[in-house]
Ligand binder design. Sequence first.
Ligand code: NDP
Length: 419
Amino acid sequence: MISGIAWDKTTENELTQMGTAAAVATSAETHTPRRISILGATGSVGCSTLDLIGRDPERYDVVALTAHNNAEQLARVAVEHNAELAVLANPDGYEDLKSALAGTGTEAAAGPDALIEAVERSVDWTMAAITGCAGLQPTLKAVEQGTCVALANKECLVSAGDLFMKAVDRAGAQLLPVDSEHSAAYQAIDPGASTAIERILLTASGGPFRTWTAEKMASATLADALNHPTWSMGRKITIDSATLMNKGLELIEAFHLFPVEANQLDVVIHPQSILHCLVEYADGSVLAQMSSPDMRTPIAYSLAWPERMWAPTERLDLAKVGSLTFEAPDKDRFPALRLAQDAMMADNGTTTVLNAANEIAVEAFLEGRIEFARIAALVADTIDAALRDGIAKPETLADVFALDDLSRGLARSLLSDKS
Ligand code: NDP
């Protein structure tokens, strides 16, 4: 058994042992397959995780796979990976899922309660890859099991970071970041010298509009925004990458995960997406992690942790890459990044509002109801409206959901006022 480690800012940035011995049992130690569940199994991260697992099926027992609406794909991957249980969060798809799984040996279930019950099944490792704040409750439930949680769902930490990290602490769960930048930081942070970290710099590709003028961006189409230059991802995060909101969400995620203050976190644009994060130390050393831009590398890191496993990714050929370039982000052209940074600094509940408003704005853009430039503007207007009405930092999960609801309502009414 191996204890997990994490950093606890409440103890003056000292490295503390936070995981429990029960947190992780690797197959190498137990010689039994690891029991795993994937929340968001039909998405981009979910599929990459299943790709890795499917290459070495003897090492894993797939317990629960979940999705929102996509009964057909969920049933297909559940059968392919011999899952015990497949769950749709949306109860409307139950009959489709049930008939697709009839006679296969995989149980079918649907609805929010079924999703939570699936997460409660005994596992060694859970991938949390539902998109948006919808993933908060199931991911927290996974954390409460006190085992290993690979965290892709950054919105959990943006909406409810303090509460989420306290739950990790309470349960003695081992949290492993899956976002490539945070996986990189996790690998580059020297546990014996975490108090000597001066700065953590997250890299950003700059997205499809890195070189576009603000005027050109204002009329960008959905196809333009979905055309990410380096990463292949789900639609919501791809739009977040085009606005650079994704990098703002990642700053907030890093604030909760790592032993630094908000003013020690920053972003540098790196169009090649080879170098994922830089950790700067007091002696001037900078440790970084590099890999080809393929999510299977950070997912493999979290899946094999604390060991390493083979991943079928393109190997880095630096001579072929030629040059690695860096530039400062332009927060005037990409106001979403500034909004997220300000919300992180304010530490007053604004990040919950920011996340909710952004989810509404991105959905509206994906549905063709607003123009690209309106995404960040709607988030800014929602934050202004929420602050005018008076908000407080959420103290409980119920507070988080109430503030999330209120913010969605504000964003929707602003949307219907102006769109
Ligand atoms: P996708 O949109 O590709 O997949 C989302 C998954 O979540 C799908 O399985 C979807 O089911 C399910 N889902 C969506 N809404 C709900 C809901 N309301 N209740 C339950 N399940 C739901 O997303 P990604 O895989 O791209 O991203 C997942 C998370 O990982 C996000 O938080 C993202 O920011 C983060 N992340 C993603 C990266 C990537 O490379 N894609 C990189 C780093 C982080 P269905 O298919 O039925 O809709």
